[in-house]
Design a protein around this ligand. Structure first.
Ligand SMILES: Cc1cc2nc3c(=O)[nH]c(=O)nc-3n(C[C@H](O)[C@H](O)[C@H](O)COP(=O)(O)O)c2cc1C
Length: 190
């Protein structure tokens, strides 16, 4: 069910790095994005796939992890993503990507969750450096990086507490807790 899949689809930042994600799997996930909505149906998104250790290491070196986990420097060797999808905007098609990359990213991550994989949208990207390192032509703008792999951590949703904090946190057992605002707070009673 979609609700179950959405609940399962938590951002994951530690993986079984030794379990590969095949290029064909990444292609299937991008196909879900291809079939998703696009403003004015311009379809300006393009994708770079990475599922080889050397290429993954390049991507890993240019992304930032879990700003609220201040004492955690990011996944250690062995728990890093086995694959990445770099989402690009093709400026020759459109200068604007509107909401397209968010929609596409969600389609990809839901598809990954359905396959027993997990991932994380990463907006903290040293874009210029990653573009240079991957020799990405200047017509393509890096929008988001999606990290993917077999999950090696579990996460749970909780309701934002009285302190109002929306910061995710990790407990002593390594479980990742994600506070979500309550539904009645989101739907305005106007
Ligand atoms: C546009 C966007 C950018 C994000 N960038 C990062 C990031 O740079 N690093 C990271 O670790 N998580 C990043 N995240 C993941 C969020 O931290 C995560 O969605 C949030 O904590 C809620 O957790 P959930 O996805 O499990 O609901 C990003 C999420 C979105 C939607």
């Amino acid at each position: 069910m979609l609700r179950d899949l959405i609940i399962k689809n938590r951002s994951c930042r530690r993986f079984h790095e030794d379990v590969p994600v095949e290029r064909e799997t990444l292609r299937e996930l991008v196909d879900l994005a291809r079939l998703s909505a696009s403003a004015a149906n311009m379809q300006p998104l393009k994708y770079l796939l990475s599922c080889e250790p050397e290429r993954n290491a390049v991507v890993f070196g240019h992304v930032g992890w879990a700003g609220y986990l201040r004492d955690w420097p990011g996944p250690a060797e062995g728990e890093r993503p086995s694959a990445y999808i770099i989402m690009l905007g093709d400026t020759q098609i459109s200068e604007f990507t509107d909401c397209d990359h968010g929609i596409a990213a969600q389609s990809i991550l839901l598809g990954a969750a359905e396959k027993g994989l997990a991932g994380c949208m990463i907006g903290t990207v040293r874009r210029k450096e990653l573009s240079d390192a991957m020799a990405i032509p200047s017509r393509y703008k890096i929008l988001l990086v999606l990290a993917l792999g077999k999950p090696a951590e579990s996460a749970t949703i909780e309701t934002v507490g009285d302190d109002g904090s929306i910061e995710y946190w990790r407990d002593a057992d390594g479980v990742h807790h994600v506070p979500k605002r309550p539904l009645d707070e989101l739907i305005l009673d106007i």
